[in-house]
Design a protein around this ligand. Structure first.
Ligand code: SAM
Length: 353
């Protein structure tokens, strides 16, 4: 640990870019849409909290409990040792059941459970509740617990799901990457080769290659995704596993990838990326596009949307990270410096070896 903290010479910069009016409006509209779309996660979270009887557990502990106490109260093996104490509020008091006497006459739990019925019953809620209760295979995410395979493995056997995710990600890239190129194209200057790792069917690479014709672009993704990629001028497609190896290049591009994975997998992936690029002096860097939770803390709607994304991606074992959580995995993967540029919901992070 001492070695790591001494070797990590980080002077992170936070550049708040002066965006054009059009880009600002588009990015704000995207936040609105994600916020609206993911609002159902509030209902899912409430349904899961009621299924797990979290408010009742707090009440049984006199109205306040630590996380290990809550976990053992709801029958989950406490494996973490967080110290914060969680207290019943006036709102959560109304969610406690009527089986423990005092002050529960006003419980709204039966009413809310009824209204939340479609959410209690959803694959997502059932999967999350089962995942919280299940501690035999802690490495399995809720999706894998429910379906027996990961989302990415499922895409390999379901044409429809593969097409749906590839189309979704291509649309996201068609929206965001032109803004990235227009507003912060400088991040690609001085690079002569780039691998878009887990780059899907090449939506991002196509825009980058068109904007920087002298840049040699490559997309790496799983075979069932690469098989569906259209041919794009100046972009080479390679099928492979990013946790095995990554083709060498000046820069690696990772858009909306790291948030799909827990810390150990991210560290493994970032170490593979580090092996694929030259030193910082020789132009080596990683360009990450992902959420940095709290990137604009005064924007409450944005923060809420980022937290809703965190809840949503929990299903596939993903997590949205704040700056300290990003820094922790960068450090563990052996990187020395980074630079964050907030861009609406997400941020661009330039990461240097
Ligand atoms: C959320 S999508 C992001 C796609 C693209 N970066 C974008 O933003 O449009 C995640 C991608 O990771 C790919 N992926 C998952 N596991 C992978 C692996 N082991 N090696 C390479 N790609 C992988 C998936 O096939 C999928 O295309």
């Amino acid at each position: 640990m001492v070695f790591l903290s001494v070797s990590f010479v980080i002077h992170p910069q936070h550049n708040t870019m002066a965006l054009s009016k059009e880009s600002k409006a588009l990015l704000q509209a995207q936040v609105e849409l994600w916020n609206q779309t993911l609002s159902f996660m509030k209902s899912v979270a409430l349904a899961v909290a009621l299924d797990l009887r979290i408010p009742d557990t707090l009440r049984h502990h006199g109205g306040a409990a630590t996380l290990p106490q809550i976990l053992s109260g709801i029958g989950i093996n406490p494996c973490r040792h967080d110290e914060p104490v969680y207290k019943l509020t006036t709102v959560s008091c109304l969610l406690t059941g009527d089986d423990v006497g005092e002050n529960t006459a006003s419980s709204l739990s039966p009413m809310l459970s009824h209204v939340l019925y479609p959410f209690h019953d959803s694959v997502l809620s059932v999967g999350l509740t089962a995942w919280f209760r299940h501690d035999e295979e802690p490495s399995k995410c809720p999706y894998a617990l429910m379906h027996g395979v990961t989302l990415w493995e499922m895409c390999g056997s379901s044409e429809a799901l593969n097409a749906s995710i590839n189309n979704a990600m291509a649309a996201d890239s068609r929206f965001l990457v032109p803004i990235v190129v227009e507003e912060c194209g400088g991040i690609f200057r001085g690079i002569d080769s780039l691998v878009d790792v887990a780059g899907g069917v090449g939506g991002a690479a196509a825009t980058i290659a068109a904007a920087f014709p002298s840049l040699k672009c490559m997309v790496l993704d799983l075979p069932h995704v690469i098989a569906k990629a259209p041919s794009v001028s100046n972009v080479q497609f390679v099928a492979g596993d990013m946790f095995e190896s990554i083709p060498p290049a000046n820069a690696i591009f990772l858009k909306y990838v790291l948030h799909d994975w827990g810390d150990d997998k991210c560290i493994k992936l970032l170490k593979n990326c580090k092996q694929a690029i030259p030193s910082r002096d020789a132009g080596g860097k990683i360009i990450i596009i992902d959420i940095v939770v709290g990137s604009s803390p005064s924007d409450i709607k944005l923060l809420e949307t980022q937290v809703l994304c965190d809840l949503y991606f929990m299903e596939i074992g993903g997590v949205e990270r704040d700056e300290q959580e990003w820094k922790k995995i960068f450090l563990a993967a052996g990187f020395k410096d980074y630079n964050i540029m907030p861009l609406g919901l997400r941020s661009i992070i330039e990461l240097y070896p």
